[in-house]
Design a protein around this ligand. Structure first.
Ligand SMILES: [Fe+2]
Length: 320
């Protein structure tokens, strides 16, 4: 079995690098690990590697989402999987990651896998350099998919992901799934919606107060419109959260206080679709934009993966 350790980074295309850098560094407080004229590599204070790359491009979107694997042998096994299933794949490299396998999963998601990476001294206890709300580490990604059940089953079967929570429709269909490799609630969440598109990219926060501080900072900077939803507490995952939108509309979740799923007898938690406590325990309303908008994903040969509606479309979508 291919041994995926965890979700590891995202590469976002942005249309104004200085504007995006101001948002992520000066307001959210992410730390610059490396910079070139066309890109900025960012990390939280616990991240020993860069976890978000902003790359200047004519249009906003997502180049790929990446996972770290246990060994080079896992990469070779991934090549065999891609060949067996006819998935487009090639070797690429990124800063600090000389050997990265990029492939298109069967549902159109651009995903990359790497083992070798240059690591850097973490900043966790360098409290004197922490800024803003103090984003700590990459936590998860959430993808809107027209085929949640099929995508979930592929990641469970082929990549050894484990299910922690899911939402079921009245007819038994899976509307959303939270799946993980790392022992938390999720590395990857899949949500019914027009896709594939990235719904959000999430950072773990030290505590709930740091999330409130992020809201205060955005308000102080006269950019309250960047706060899209929350703060609040999810039913699913039990996490305290806020969702913010970057200058290109990419959605970032600041997230904390979920739970572990490492026990061998852990039972996935099922939620019914009509349970109002799923999205937020407090019952706060969610804006329409949050259900409908997401970031486009780059196609293997360039351009964008064309989002499509799935069998469950035409009914309200639900995302955490
Ligand atoms: Fe999330």
């Amino acid at each position: 079995m291919i041994d995926v350790i965890r979700v590891a980074h995202g590469v976002f295309y942005v249309t104004d690098l200085a504007r995006s850098k101001d948002f992520y560094v000066n307001l959210l407080g992410l730390n610059v690990l490396h910079e070139t004229p066309g890109a900025v590599y960012l990390r939280g204070v616990e991240d020993r590697e860069w976890t978000l790359k902003l790359e200047l491009a004519p249009e906003a979107g997502v180049k790929h989402l990446a996972y770290r694997v246990r060994s080079e042998a896992d990469l070779e096994e991934l090549v065999r999987l891609a060949e067996r299933q006819g998935l487009p794949h090639r070797w690429e490299s990124e800063l600090d990651r000389p050997r990265m396998l990029r492939l298109q999963d069967p549902f159109g998601l651009p995903v990359a896998f790497y083992h070798e990476s240059k690591t850097h001294k973490w900043l966790l206890q360098d409290y004197h350099v922490h800024r803003g709300p103090g984003l700590q580490r990459i936590d998860h990604v959430n993808v809107m998919s027209p085929d949640v059940e099929g995508t979930m089953n592929w990641y469970l079967r082929e990549l050894g992901f484990r299910l922690s929570e899911y939402t079921e429709g009245e007819d038994g269909s899976v509307w959303a799934a939270w799946i993980q490799r790392r022992g938390g609630v999720h590395d990857l969440a899949l949500t019914n919606g027009v896709g594939p598109r990235l719904h959000h990219f999430a950072y773990w926060m030290p505590d709930a107060l740091s999330i409130i501080r992020a809201c205060d900072i955005l308000a102080g900077a006269r950019q309250p419109e960047r706060i899209e939803r929350g703060p609040g507490r999810h039913g699913i995952s039990n996490a305290f959260f806020v969702y913010v939108r970057d200058p290109d509309g990419h959605r970032i979740e600041l997230y904390t206080s979920d739970y572990i799923t490492v026990d061998p007898d852990f039972e996935p938690i099922r939620w019914m679709r009509d349970d109002p406590r799923r999205q937020t325990l407090w019952g706060a309303k969610t804006p329409k934009s949050w259900f409908e908008e997401g970031s486009l994903l780059e196609a293997f040969d360039g351009g964008w993966v064309k989002p499509r509606e799935g069998a469950l479309q035409g009914m309200p979508v639900h995302v955490i």
